[in-house]
Design a protein around this ligand. Structure first.
Ligand SMILES: [Zn+2]
Length: 224
């Protein structure tokens, strides 16, 4: 179990290089950023999250998807530690829909690696740990920066849909945390099913372009 400590200075991650713009719907809250970083780093469960302001409703709903569930501890300055259940009583989450495999549980979606290049293989590997129990539309992204670094992100679906984390946002979280905000995205590869119930392709292409890269490719996932 891991403890996540974060300080959401301005509430949202600053996504874009100077001079670029996109909609607020593309932004990620600080709690989502920290949890996604833990997940993408291989963490299998969170015990406590420490923040300097109370998590917003969006983030409380996002956290119901975690395998620590409503027992997740939330630590705030000047008040006793409480659980997610205290902050979100009578909640709606995966258990209400009969979902037993939760976010941060070990997952293998069994898509075969049929890619001919490293970035494609990384995107498929990311789709293989994607959490999409409501639509089955697993997806993963791999990106390369102009300096040659590579980063991956997996799609994390939420029972309430909107708090879901798209795969490119997950990859950008990893890029910013590991390499800083000066990295420039050069190429983005998305792996998803050929006819998914929901597609990440259009939104991923739009955000890739907003990040300064029109080098965007989609590859289809085949079940093993
Ligand atoms: Zn929030």
């Amino acid at each position: 179990m891991m403890v996540v400590i974060l300080t959401p200075v301005d509430g949202i991650i600053r996504w874009l290089p100077r001079g670029f713009s996109c909609s607020l719907q593309q932004t990620i809250h600080a709690e989502q950023c920290a949890i996604t970083h833990a997940w993408m780093s291989g963490e299998k469960g969170l015990e406590t999250i420490t923040v300097n302001y109370t998590p917003c409703g969006h983030c409380r709903q996002f956290m119901t998807e975690l395998n620590s569930e409503r027992a997740l501890k939330i630590s705030l300055p000047g008040r006793p530690v409480a659980t997610l259940n205290d902050y979100l009583p009578d909640s709606f989450g995966p258990r209400d829909l009969g979902i037993t495999k939760l976010l941060l549980d070990s997952t293998n979606n069994h898509y075969v690696d049929n890619s001919k290049d490293d970035l494609g293989s990384m995107a498929i590997k990311s789709a293989n740990i994607s959490h999409a129990p409501y639509t089955g539309s697993h997806s993963g992204v791999a990106l390369r920066t102009k300096s040659g670094k590579t980063f991956c992100g997996s799609y994390a679906e939420n029972a309430a849909y909107n708090p879901s984390i798209p795969p490119l946002q997950a990859a950008i979280i990893m890029m910013y945390i590991k390499a800083g905000e000066d990295e420039i995205v050069e190429k983005v590869v998305l792996a998803e099913k050929s006819n998914p119930l929901i597609t990440q392709a259009n939104a991923t292409k739009e955000l890739s372009s907003a990040l300064g890269s029109d080098n965007f490719k989609v590859i289809s996932l085949d079940i093993n």
